[in-house]
Design a protein around this ligand. Sequence first.
Ligand code: SF4
Length: 213
Amino acid sequence: MSGAGRQEGFDTILVASYDLPMTTSTTAPQIEDYLERLCNLLRAQARTVGAEYGLLPVQLEALRYLSICNRYSDTPLAVADYLGQTKGSVSQTIKTLEAKDMLTKTRDQADRRVVHLAITDRGHEVLAVVLPRAFLREAVEVLGNSAQDRLRDGLDALLRSVQQANGLRTFGPCQTCRYHRRNAGGLQCELTGEQLNDDDRTRICREHEFAQG
Ligand code: SF4
């Protein structure tokens, strides 16, 4: 499956940002500051919990991604796209996770050039301990349902805006994709022509595209 029209990396975001018009809004810098501080806290937490298993934050993120993606998206290239990393650095991440018995590689039956990655029992055990990030979950719970909904919708809109402005893949859940169909035979992906199962509905996909309008 191809991703024509999309940018394949995050380096272009920096280029695009130089073209932004000057703004007098004070809200945008505040949002930027909040996001940066939260990201710093998340990275610090990932460093701490990862260190217990000899893992770097990016290695934990790769494991986490593979635990929520679908079968079209469990390749080294998809991991690189999702994490905004080069293929070389993802290759190192995969080697480390394999050496720690947290990941296995298998060749695609139809196309032997394609490699699929799967989390081992050991990898799932580690993820079960380090995720969910309890400190963040608890803080979000404190906000209450209404504030949580507003925050989710705002973050969703912000993420989509960044992705659209930079031509990045959406990596959204299958059930929100323009190719997701329910027909007499059940669920189907119109892009691949393959049947989908219930578990596929909520998994994220490298080929996901939101319906227009
Ligand atoms: S329907 Fe969309 S998200 Fe689901 S498998 Fe097909 S391309 Fe991926």
